[in-house]
Design a protein around this ligand. Structure first.
Ligand SMILES: *Cc1c(COP(=O)(O)O)cnc(C)c1O
Length: 475
């Protein structure tokens, strides 16, 4: 398989872990060719697809290898030095390393690396800070919020009494309405963060509002964590009481979540005395999770090392530059760019005025090898599975080494497809096959010219002798 690890670079000797992974890959191919072929096809698919999924990035092969470690066999509830099972000596060291690296990367004083996802991290935090039936104030789903910010479709909207803020007429966060709603409803927690919002979030302003009503501030930076680590977006760590993030979106890590805290980590919880850091430890285990996932934590440790490299900083800068260039190119070709542009990695398009729906645009693009997902937009008249918008992101384009010059080409390809798509109702459409084939060809050419960092067919051992950071280039 393409992901077969290269031999260990230390003195040409394979390590135990490398031997095990190599044997696993061999066994998988021989004993389960059906599954192996599917996994192999996915590698090729990623290499040949122009993915502009705002919530995705490519994990470095070393992150994937750490996630497949035999460490996964360790069962150990609890935290380093305080496990409920024996045999966690190496896992303890790995988890401590991941915690230290998370603190270092984000400039935090507290980190919990055990959440299996950001959804479970959010649920852990909210259930520790809000009594059942208590009030939560978060961004409305249709305005770009996340399900776990109190949507009725999520348990966070059922256990808590959720109130939602929205956007102003320009599509920017309406801070005055956040303040008004906070005064009117006295929430226990205000959530600042979004899944579909292309502008800077003013965490200091959110904190001032939270303080005015005695609420805790939870910053959820799932989408922008890579920009926060590299200073491309202001950090919430010392403004919010608690910060959560996914590890697989912009951090290039494994599936999973983190809970972080900065200068407020010793602030008192709702009982008036338990420090937030201690409360968060309990909130994850035993309150909402059982055993942690040791190999996922190893993969988080690896990714959290890579995000502090100069290469990652370069990629983050290019992510932001590319998104601005992409938004400008869409505006120039007459598309409806929400908020008129972007400050982060994300470009939101409204497609209804072109007679399209989000799902039609998504499917037509996918036929041509371009991935961007449908997205509900403010004032959307279509149901969630149809939606009136499209969300694009530049994480993977930047990881491929593309710059602003290539964004014009990417925008032109998207524009060409959308222009040639004739909708037939909300979900069906006809796409001119000649346009489709032409775009597919250009996508293939672009992907070959700008390969994903993992897609190089390096001869075995090609990384030997490189300084460690170079093997993680362009994450
Ligand atoms: C994606 C996302 C989540 C959920 O993350 P998972 O790790 O997929 O559960 C939470 N909050 C925001 C803002 C997100 O964008």
């Amino acid at each position: 398989m393409t992901f077969a690890p290269e031999p260990a670079v230390t003195g040409g000797q394979e390590t135990s872990q490398t031997r095990l992974l190599r044997r696993g890959v061999d066994l998988l191919c021989r004993a389960d060719p059906e599954l192996a072929a599917l996994l192999d096809a996915e590698v090729d698919h990623q290499a040949a697809t122009l993915a502009m999924i705002a919530s995705a990035s490519a994990a470095d092969p070393s992150v994937l290898a750490a996630g497949g470690a035999a460490l996964s066999n360790v069962t150990a509830e609890g935290y380093p030095g305080a496990r409920y099972h024996p045999g966690a000596v190496h896992f303890d060291a790995v988890e401590r390393l991941a915690v230290e690296r998370a603190k270092e990367a984000f400039g935090a004083q507290y980190a919990n690396v055990q959440p299996h996802s950001c959804s479970s991290a959010n649920f852990s935090v909210l259930s520790a800070l809000i009594p059942v039936g208590g009030v939560l104030l978060g961004l409305d789903l249709d305005a770009g919020g996340h399900l776990t910010h109190g949507s009725p479709a999520s348990v966070t909207g059922r256990h808590f009494s959720a109130v939602h803020y929205g956007l102003d007429e320009h599509g920017h966060l309406d801070y005055d309405s956040v303040a008004d709603l906070a005064r009117a409803h006295c929430p226990a927690v205000i959530v600042a963060g979004a899944s579909a919002y292309p502008r800077v979030i003013d965490f200091a302003r959110f904190r001032a509002i939270a303080d005015s009503v005695g609420a805790y501030l939870l910053a959820d930076i799932s989408h922008i964590a890579g920009l926060v680590v590299t200073g491309e977006h202001p950090s919430p760590i010392d403004h919010a009481h608690i910060t959560t993030t996914s590890t697989y979106k912009q951090l290039g890590g494994p599936r999973g979540g983190l809970i972080l805290s900065g200068r407020e980590h010793r602030a008192a919880g709702p009982d008036g005395h338990t420090p937030l850091a201690r409360l968060m430890q309990q909130a994850v285990f035993p309150r909402s999770q059982g055993t942690p996932s040791p190999a996922a934590i190893a993969a988080k440790a690896r990714a959290l090392d890579l995000v502090t490299t100069p290469e990652f900083k370069d990629t983050a800068r290019r992510i932001v530059e590319n998104a601005a260039a992409l938004a400008a190119a869409f505006t120039a070709s007459g598309h409806h760019v929400l908020t008129g542009g972007t400050d982060n990695h994300m470009v939101l398009l409204g497609v209804l005025h072109r007679g399209l729906t989000g799902v039609v645009a998504e499917r037509a693009l996918e036929e041509c090898g371009i991935l961007a997902n449908r997205n509900r937009i403010p004032g959307d008249t279509k149901p969630p599975l149809v939606a009136g918008g499209l969300r694009l992101g530049t994480n993977l384009l930047a990881q491929r080494g593309m710059g602003p010059a290539e964004m014009a080409a990417c925008a032109r390809l998207v524009d060409t497809v959308l222009d040639a798509t004739r909708p037939d109702g909300d979900t069906a459409y006809h796409l001119d096959p000649r346009v489709r084939d032409g775009v597919r060809g250009e996508v293939a050419e672009l992907c070959a010219r700008f390969p994903l960092p993992f897609a190089h067919d390096e001869p075995a051992g090609a990384f030997a002798g490189h300084p460690p950071h170079e093997t993680g280039a362009r994450l």
